[in-house]
Design a protein around this ligand. Structure first.
Ligand code: NAI
Length: 251
């Protein structure tokens, strides 16, 4: 049996990240649950431990270079060298272009792009040393364009280019890089979107479902299943891909 792998999942205190952390733990991966507030990560760690898994909670802002370096060091000391990285932390600061502020633009770029870059750079040496690595970045169907999300769609399209470049640079070291582009997933982020649009969540959901061929919205577990595949040993020949997990075709 292979030794237990160590994963970092960012933005894992809730939503998709929490679902991914719990799924990887179930697949015998030790997980560093990273989010802005360490205390908020604790319930996820407790759930993983209660199910027999191994996890630690770390508070760090993924857009902060020193915080990221320190977080990865803590992972190495407390769990071991990370060879699976899921760049999931994300924020939305939606507005139509003419109302979008520079700080809303910068904040979104900071978390999605700078964050994925800083984590990937800090983890790659551990993956190179191990001759094995799995980098999985969260993009979005918004990468194809979405009204009110000039900042977010640009960042999520950027994540796809970033992923493909990592695949090219790191493939020779046994490291794959793939992106997952979710459609409508029920989390606090989509609840916030409904609120911003002045819609009741059930109303917002019904409106979204009309355009989803499988006839339902997604759940964090739907994304976690795709992450589990990309993170697996057997996915070593799949790299530089963008997988739309949206209940129907997108491209
Ligand atoms: P969420 O808002 O429920 O959770 C995001 C988590 O990221 C939060 O716990 C938040 O504290 C954390 N976070 C934010 N900024 C951070 C920072 N600077 N450093 C560390 N952690 C930070 O969002 P959700 O829905 O779980 O989204 C997860 C990822 O999936 C995001 O990248 C999002 O853009 C993406 N996504 C979500 C979709 C959806 O429908 N919910 C659709 C497509 C993509």
């Amino acid at each position: 049996m292979t030794a237990q792998r160590i994963a970092i999942v960012t933005g894992a205190a809730r939503g998709i990240g929490a679902g991914v952390a719990e799924r990887l733990a179930k697949d015998n991966v030790a997980v560093a649950v990273i989010d802005l507030d360490e205390a908020a990560c604790k319930p996820v760690v407790e759930r993983i431990e209660a199910a027999g898994g191994r996890a630690i909670a770390i508070g760090a802002d993924v857009a902060d270079e020193t915080a990221v370096e320190n977080a990865v060091e803590r992972v190495v000391e407390e769990l071991g060298a990370p060879t699976v990285l899921v760049n999931n932390a994300g924020i939305i600061r939606d507005n139509l272009l003419f109302k979008m502020t520079v700080s809303d633009w910068d904040a979104v770029m900071g978390v999605h792009l700078r964050g994925a870059f800083l984590l990937s750079r800090a983890c790659q040496k551990h993956m190179v040393d191990a001759g094995f690595g799995r980098i999985i970045n969260l993009s979005s169907t918004s990468a194809l364009g979405n009204r009110g999300q000039a900042n977010y769609s640009a960042a999520k399209a950027g994540v796809q280019g970033f992923t493909k470049t990592l695949a090219l640079e790191l493939g020779r070291f046994g490291i794959t890089a793939n992106a997952i582009a979710p459609g409508f997933i029920e989390t606090e982020m989509t609840h916030a979107t409904a609120e911003r649009m002045g819609l009741d969540f059930e109303e917002f959901k019904a409106y979204g479902v009309k355009d989803i061929p499988v006839g339902r919205v997604g759940l964090p577990a739907d994304i976690a299943a795709a992450v589990a595949f990309f993170a697996s040993e057997e996915a070593g020949f799949v790299s530089g891909q963008v997988l739309y997990v949206a209940g129907g075709p997108k491209a």
